[in-house]
Write a protein that binds this ligand. Structure first.
Ligand SMILES: Cc1cc2nc3c(=O)[nH]c(=O)nc-3n(C[C@H](O)[C@H](O)[C@H](O)COP(=O)(O)OP(=O)(O)OC[C@H]3O[C@@H](n4cnc5c(N)ncnc54)[C@H](O)[C@@H]3O)c2cc1C
Ligand SMILES: *[C@@H]1O[C@H](CO)[C@@H](O)[C@H](O)[C@H]1NC(C)=O
Ligand SMILES: *[C@@H]1O[C@H](CO)[C@@H](O)[C@H](O)[C@H]1NC(C)=O
Length: 549
């Protein structure tokens, strides 16, 4: 009989877990507390408690070729960076294509997940859910994949005097539209991706917008040279290789030079203490422009409130503030899991390769998507799911608990160098190395050397081109016949949505033409020199060097 696996949540992580269960011949049962798929990406007009939430204008910060699932490229006409509604459309297409809807129980919330008494032998779990009628139901499962997301508990730091503030206070979590803020004087606290987005949007309607940040941030756009998607240009195996060979200080210096060429981070009041490649930069195309026109004003760390006056660390104060939005991040919580799994120093989950709690006697539970990285989340979660389903099925084994703890500690130490906050440090994974580590476990890591020998057109693209998810479907378990073609055509799909105005091809002048021209000129020169007739213009150009303008 097929093993039954509970998938908790039907956001993008849950959907890909259902699909991977089916690929491995497991029987998935998905519980989703809301009434639809898509999780975070499904915009809701009003904020619901304990649900992830996004603002109306949210646009992804990862490009479509980098964030799709590995065997299902995005429709070619979708824009490279899309609005949240199109992301949901993509997940809907994925769900329909692989016929996943029938495995999902909507409006069903998982209340508790506990090891069964015979867990050490069976690896089974007791799960309690409540359905739409509010009644509890008990289930037994052979495996559990937790896909409930990590952005449900907003963190609002307590600043002195905040009670004396009469204006509006919100968290980025509550923010939906600019309407409420029209004509106000606003302070935004925190410069994450959300803080940056909201600051730009509100600076267009507010009387004045202040952005307070303790650390500062490096800012990069979605576009790189020639307007090409930033992640497709930078998330590449050859660049990773070069970066791993150079000292960190050198690549940080190069990175800072590149970013400061667009806008000097010091001049703009943005400069952080950390290096460009030490932490994730903020992806925002408009923020420096808003500072340049003076509608957005950078401020240091917020110190305290005094009525409607806000005081900052440098001794300055801003008066008559009407509203404050905290973009100060989230706390991920898993209230339904056994508290024994929260064994980290700050009561957080300790996870081997950011998936498996090493303390379990049987590896039949995986946490999906609880990590942060410099690339798209979806392809990484997909590989997590491909590995976890194989582990649950018994095809792959994990090392001993001692060994797993050693790996966890080593990775945490390495991250602490860049992320001083231990909780943040535990979450970070380096993008391509993380994908490859898991892909090796599954047996789907592309063998570049072999590809270069047998299929150079493909091998060169895998090594020097963007590290698109299709690379993990070229061979091994779950390989997809369309993967090679998807890699060869990835730049066509980048260009497609922008081909909306026909531009006649300009005839490119060929190399042969230039060679002919140069040859002709040489012959004329030789004839003239032989006849001692150096043309006058050459004479002035070479010997008198008169200005040409
Ligand atoms: C503002 C913002 C922008 C982002 N932009 C990007 C981006 O551009 N690119 C990128 O790669 N990543 C981005 N991310 C990261 C994003 O979190 C992931 O890309 C991805 O959406 C996470 O999906 P998920 O399925 O793991 O979680 P979610 O999308 O949060 O889905 C979790 C699901 O679980 C359900 N659920 C929760 N608890 C229970 C329960 N107890 N029982 C049953 N169901 C439950 C919820 O209802 C929800 O449907 C962004 C995140 C945020 C906050
Ligand atoms: C985050 O959640 C954990 C567990 O619920 C709690 O102990 C901790 O205090 C929370 N942290 C913040 C900053 O809210
Ligand atoms: C995109 O934005 C989200 C939300 O702020 C963030 O968690 C994620 O790391 C960003 N992605 C990249 C590649 O920076």
């Amino acid at each position: 009989m097929a093993k039954r696996v509970a998938v908790i949540g039907a956001g993008c992580s849950g959907l890909v877990c259902i699909k991977c269960c089916l690929d491995e011949g497991l029987e998935p049962v998905c519980f989703e507390s809301s009434d639809n798929i898509g999780g975070l990406w499904r915009f809701k007009e009003t904020q619901e408690k304990e649900r992830t939430s996004i603002y109306r204008s949210l646009i992804v910060n990862t490009s479509k070729e980098m964030m799709c699932f590995s065997d299902f490229p995005m429709p070619d006409h979708f824009p490279n960076y899309m609005h949240n509604s199109l992301v949901v459309q993509y997940f809907t297409l994925y769900t329909e294509h692989f016929d996943l809807l029938r495995y999902i129980h909507f409006q069903t919330t998982v209340r508790s997940v506990r090891q069964r008494p015979d867990f050490s032998a069976s690896g089974q779990w007791d799960i309690v859910t409540t359905g739409r009628d509010g009644r509890e139901k008990k289930h037994v499962f052979d495996g559990v994949l937790v896909c409930t997301g990590q952005y449900t508990q907003p963190i609002t730091p307590a600043f002195p005097g905040v009670d004396s503030f009469q204006g509006m206070i919100a968290h980025s979590y509550d923010y939906k539209d600019p309407d409420l803020y029209r004509g106000k004087r606003l302070v935004i606290v925190g410069i994450g991706n959300s803080g940056g987005d909201i600051a730009v949007e509100l600076s267009r309607v507010c009387e004045k917008t202040f952005l307070s940040t303790r650390t500062g941030a490096w800012i990069t756009g979605r576009m790189l040279n020639r307007g090409l998607p930033m992640d497709m240009m930078l998330v590449r195996r050859n660049l990773d290789l070069i970066f791993s060979l150079l000292p960190r200080a050198v690549i940080n210096w190069i990175g800072a030079r590149m970013l400061n060429q667009k806008h000097d981070h010091k001049l703009y009041g943005l400069q952080p203490k950390y290096g460009v490649f030490d932490q994730r930069p903020i992806i925002n195309d408009d923020l420096p422009g808003r500072i340049l026109v003076g509608e957005l004003v950078m401020k240091p760390n917020l110190q305290k409130f005094q009525g409607s006056t806000l005081m900052f660390n440098d001794g300055t104060a801003e008066e008559n503030i009407d509203a404050v939005i905290f973009c100060t991040g989230f706390n991920s919580t898993f209230p339904f899991l056994p508290s024994s799994l929260n064994s980290g120093p700050d009561g957080e989950l300790t996870l081997y390769r950011r998936i498996f709690p090493p303390s379990l006697e049987r590896p039949t539970l995986g946490i999906m998507g609880l990590f942060q990285t410099k690339g798209a989340i979806m392809p990484a979660v997909e590989l997590q799911a491909r590995w976890a389903t194989r582990v649950i099925k018994g095809l792959n084994r994990l090392p001993s608990a001692v060994k797993m703890h050693k790996v966890i500690e080593k990775e945490r130490r390495a991250n602490l160098k860049c992320y001083p906050c231990p909780k943040q440090a535990a979450l970070q994974v380096p993008y391509i190395p993380y994908l490859d580590t898991i892909a090796k476990e599954v047996g789907v890591c592309p063998n570049i050397f072999w590809l270069l020998l047998t299929d150079p057109a493909l091998g060169l693209r895998v090594l020097f081109g963007p590290c698109t998810p299709y690379q993990f479907r070229l061979s091994g378990p779950g390989h997809w016949r369309g993967a090679r073609q998807a890699i060869l055509t990835q730049w066509d799909r980048v260009a497609k949505p922008m081909k909306t105005r026909p531009i006649p091809e300009t005839k490119s002048i060929s190399l042969l033409y230039w060679l002919g021209l140069a040859g002709g000129a040489a012959v004329i020169c030789i004839i003239m020199v032989k006849q001692k007739k150096i043309p006058h213009f050459l004479d002035t150009l070479i010997f008198h060097r008169q200005p040409l303008y």
